[in-house]
Design a protein around this ligand. Structure first.
Ligand SMILES: [Zn+2]
Length: 476
């Protein structure tokens, strides 16, 4: 009897414990098996060089791939071949119309007061000068706001120089603060009667290279030539302006527009186990500027996201939903691929449970953010625990998906961002120096581990992640 009582009591205690355990597990967002599979893909990513090998291949066999160029077409073929070779399914190209701008050869020199040549690059979208160039006086300002304070008489017939200096920072915000003059400085100067524009390069290096990038004119504005001076040449020009003597420059360039042409978003999938067809999108942009090899921008993103999806597919547990890699066409010169994708997949948006994008180079991750309904905080916290051993903390719920996947966020799709230390990125960004030798394979592995674990868990989470809350409207 005694023994039976003891056995009964022991059984009852075990049963009670089991109930408690079961209750706790019912409230957990992920099963122990799912968490184990997420940790497993994280650890495999840290030992896997698929991403680094892909990036070597892309930078070696394709190189620069500005939209509309032969390099762009080669990149599309490269992506299709590599996704197929890595075992992706449903590999295909979705055609996208892209602009085609042809870079000329810039010639930029100071004529007076102290004549000397300058190193500059032409900004994307610039138009040619007359064959014998433009010789004109320079008016120097820092920002577009400062230009607005000048009388028209001070701008008409002049070359406007914008000297705003980008600050080095771990955060990409310093780029956002500086880049406005590149995109719109020439348009604003043209409206005021300027004949050309020079800007200080949007970059943090002291190398004698210019940083290119896109700019745009409104339909009502007359396009004018625009150049980015290397930082050392911008310094020299500012010293000449500081002399108080009139500064004259000569600018010559033969850049021009060709007919728009076709590129493509390239897509490949790692199928999930649920036949309902829900997907998690991992995005990066396949195009690059034409001066370097597009290694950090954004070959790294292409490599990281492709490797992350493949590693999920190689795991012992296939996630519930499909992981879809989308390599976007023409991010650099107007987001053609992202806009086309959001437009053509809008009806599918309810089935896209999350989007993520890698487009800040293969540098050390500093944290990750979500943008999900606040009621899903426990889900994101569980994801954060899987990323914690990588030294990548959860930093907030204000992700926006970056340039391409941001267009999916616009459709209400939850997004996750892995932020990286940007303090070295803008030494290389959009320059001839964005090349494969600048890539640290350990950083490719670490970023891949972050995205692989996040992608697996987002694809696995049972009920789905709902719709993303909108950012509060900016104060007017
Ligand atoms: Zn980029």
């Amino acid at each position: 009897m005694l023994r039976l009582d003891r056995i009964c009591a022991a059984l009852a205690a075990l049963l009670a414990m089991a109930c408690v355990t079961a209750t706790v597990h019912a409230a957990e967002p992920f099963s122990p098996a799912a968490l184990a599979a997420a940790r497993d893909v994280r650890e495999r990513a840290l030992r896997d060089d698929t991403g680094y090998d892909l990036l070597r291949s892309l930078t070696t066999e394709v190189g620069p791939r500005l939209c509309g160029t032969p390099g762009d077409a080669r990149a599309v073929a490269w992506a299709i071949a590599n996704l197929n070779a890595l075992g992706f399914t449903n590999v295909h190209a979705e055609p996208v119309k892209v602009p085609h701008w042809v870079r000329g050869t810039p010639h930029v020199e100071v004529l007076a007061p102290f004549a000397q040549p300058m190193v500059a690059v032409t900004l994307g979208g610039s138009v040619a000068t007359p064959d014998d160039g433009i010789a004109a006086g320079v008016v120097g300002v820092t920002t577009i706001a400062e230009l607005a304070l000048l009388p028209d008489s001070a701008v008409r017939g002049k070359v406007v120089y914008f000297g705003n200096r980008m600050q080095r920072s771990k955060s990409v915000a310093s780029y956002g603060a500086a880049v406005g003059v590149r995109g719109r400085g020439a348009g604003e100067a043209s409206k005021r009667g300027a004949v050309a524009v020079m800007i200080r390069s949007i970059g943090t290096d002291r190398d004698r290279v210019g940083h290119t990038g896109g700019m745009r004119f409104e339909k009502t504005e007359t396009p004018i030539p625009a150049f980015a001076l290397s930082n050392p040449d911008a310094d020299m020009l500012e010293r000449q302006l500081a002399s108080g003597q009139p500064v004259r420059v000569r600018l010559r360039d033969d850049s021009h527009w060709a007919d728009s042409t076709m590129s493509a978003n390239v897509v490949g999938e790692i199928p999930g186990r649920d036949p309902r067809g829900e997907v998690v999108v991992l995005g990066a942009h396949l195009d690059s500027w034409d001066l370097g090899q597009g290694a950090h921008d954004d070959g790294a993103g292409v490599a990281i996201m492709t490797a992350a999806a493949r590693l999920v597919g190689q795991g012992t547990m296939r996630p519930k939903r499909t992981i879809r890699v989308v390599l976007f066409a023409n991010e650099e010169f107007g987001l053609s691929g992202a806009r086309a994708y959001a437009r053509e997949h809008a009806a599918e948006a309810p089935k896209i449970v999350a989007g993520m994008e890698s487009d800040l180079g293969a540098f050390a991750p500093t944290g990750f953010q979500s943008r999900v309904d606040p009621s899903l905080a426990p889900v994101v916290q569980a994801m954060a625990q899987v990323l914690a051993p990588l030294g990548v903390p959860l930093t907030g719920n204000e992700a926006s998906g970056d340039a391409d996947v941001g267009r999916l966020y616009d459709l209400g799709i939850p997004v996750f961002d892995v932020d990286t230390d940007a303090s070295g990125y803008f030494d290389l960004h959009h320059t001839p120096n964005d090349t494969f030798d600048k890539i640290d394979p350990a950083m490719v592995r670490l970023n891949t581990a972050c995205y692989a674990a996040l992608a697996f868990l987002a694809a696995e989470y049972g009920p789905g992640l709902g719709r993303a809350p909108r950012a509060p409207a900016a104060p007017r």
